[in-house]
Ligand binder design. Structure first.
Ligand SMILES: *Cc1c(COP(=O)(O)O)cnc(C)c1O
Length: 473
């Protein structure tokens, strides 16, 4: 019976063809498929098929996937996904995962699978070079920005000597625009009892350095121990890029660990326009980037890099008796020594394969295009009467809101958002800033092009009209 788990080449071909066909049918109309689909049952069909001793077969399985998984809700693979921070799903990453899974290389330790580990380390080094970190830097591929932020924050805590007795006196500085996974990480890292100071932001939602300076001075005067400041380049909500360079001046003077959350914006460093917007990253102590955002990989890859790699290792290395052989032969650092994980998905392959096969140029071009599209949207959105827009985008997020001639803007905006979701041709998300509801245009999918943005503008115009004329209650 267990032989079923090892299909012969004929069966492998059959399964493979079925899966590839499914993928092809998904991609064949990706340009016209809705970005958001409301279905009454929201994928509940999954539950109609409990696991059993006899399998349901591939055809049935794929049928369930098409109906219950591929259809309902947001389609993150769509270029019309302009909400949250879009990802992507480049095809060669899927093939990279296929290879990684077939060979099942063990990317946790150098000794068993040195090539896989060298591949990951090479990718980390490439990103460290992009940031401008020295040779001492070390990092690790994780599942995403949340775990990467946690990994850096734990490292900062330990490197700065914030042991339990210090925790109640320790101070962390961030803005209210920081990603919530950072505050979540502070909790997981045992820093709940530390002081968290929300540094005011300027009119572009960027960290106000002089306010930070005052706060740090006040805290030091109180005898507290300021130890870390978190910058974002850019923020998820508004795409704002904090002035890392100036914060670094202060961090150096005051002896603070400077952590940069570049999960969203980090890879804009690959294009000239992006580099102009993000300055001073090389002066930070640790950084997070999300290849599953800015490199358009499918979900599941973030990176944490720490300038002083020994600090990352001090917080994360471990040895166990049954792993003693692994120490015999170590030309390069093992991911397990710089990560909370041991056995892990061989993440390098899904990133290395597309970057090597396509080269960097198309990635750079796609990123420059996203910046351009955001500026275009910022320019065009006010052509719809009643629309107000947020600041000129630092990167590729644009805030906007509709202000009706009479009545409450927020109430209108709630209806407008519902109308947009019901339409579904493109997907937008909303946020709340100082009590005002804004819609966000967040452009980062490699599938988003000028025609997508024009469709978005057209749809917005139509949805405003629908809400205005009470066709949408
Ligand atoms: C997306 C994002 C995160 C969280 O990363 P995940 O990959 O979703 O875990 C953190 N910070 C910023 C700025 C982000 O945009």
């Amino acid at each position: 019976m267990s032989q079923v788990l090892e299909p012969d080449s004929v069966r492998r071909e059959m399964y493979r063809n079925q899966v590839v066909e499914h993928g092809e049918s998904f991609l064949s109309d990706i340009d016209t498929r809705k970005a958001y689909v409301l279905t009454p049952d929201k994928g509940a069909k999954i539950r109609e098929f409990p696991l059993s001793d006899s399998g349901i077969g591939m055809s049935k399985a794929l049928e369930i996937v098409a109906e219950a998984v591929d259809l309902p809700g947001l389609n993150p693979a769509s270029g019309g996904h302009l909400g949250y921070i879009p990802g992507g799903g480049i095809y060669l990453s899927a093939l990279g995962d296929y290879l990684a899974d077939i060979t099942n290389r063990y990317a946790g330790m150098f000794f068993p699978n040195p090539g896989a580990v060298r591949m990951e380390n090479m990718l980390v080094r490439w990103m460290a070079d992009l940031v401008g970190y020295p040779e001492t830097a070390s990092g690790t591929l994780l599942s995403g920005g949340s775990l990467a932020n946690l990994t850096c924050i734990v490292t900062a805590r330990d490197a700065m000597g914030v042991k339990s007795a210090v925790v109640p006196h320790a101070v962390i500085y961030l803005t209210n625009q920081v990603h919530h996974c950072v505050t979540k990480a502070l909790r997981i890292a045992g820093l709940t009892e530390s002081h968290v100071r929300y540094v005011p932001t300027d009119s572009n939602y960027r960290l106000d350095v002089s306010a930070l300076r005052t706060l740090v001075a006040e805290d030091k005067a109180k005898g507290l121990k300021p130890f870390m400041v978190v910058c974002s380049t850019g923020t998820t909500d508004t795409g704002a890029v904090d002035p890392v360079d100036q914060v670094a001046d202060l961090a150096e003077e005051e002896g603070l660990w400077l952590h940069v959350d570049a999960a969203y914006g980090g890879f804009f460093l690959l294009c000239e326009e992006g580099r102009a917007a993000i300055k001073g990253l090389e002066r930070s102590d640790s950084i997070v980037m999300d290849p599953h955002k800015g490199l358009f990989l499918p979900y599941g890859t973030g990176v944490a890099i720490v300038k002083r790699g020994d600090k990352l290792a001090e917080s994360h290395h471990y040895t166990a008796a049954y792993l003693q052989d692994t120490l015999l032969q170590q030309d390069e650092i093992s991911p397990a020594d710089v990560s909370p994980e041991l056995t892990r998905h061989f993440r390098g392959m899904r990133m290395w394969l597309p970057l090597q096969v396509h080269g960097l140029a198309p990635f750079k071009a796609a990123l420059a295009e996203k910046l351009w599209l955001a500026r275009y949207f910022h320019e065009q959105i006010i052509a719809i009467p009643g629309m107000e827009r947020g600041p000129f985008p630092d990167l590729s997020v644009v805030l906007f809101r509709y202000v009706p001639q009479t009545g409450d803007s927020n109430a209108f905006m709630h209806k407008l958002l519902a109308a947009i979701h019901h339409d579904g041709r493109v997907f937008l998300s909303s946020t709340q800033i100082d009590g005002k509801m804004f819609l966000r245009f967040a452009c980062l999918s490699f599938r988003t092009h000028l025609h997508t943005v024009d469709l978005c503008l057209k749809m917005l115009k139509e949805c405003v009209e629908k809400v205005k004329t009470q066709q949408w209650a």
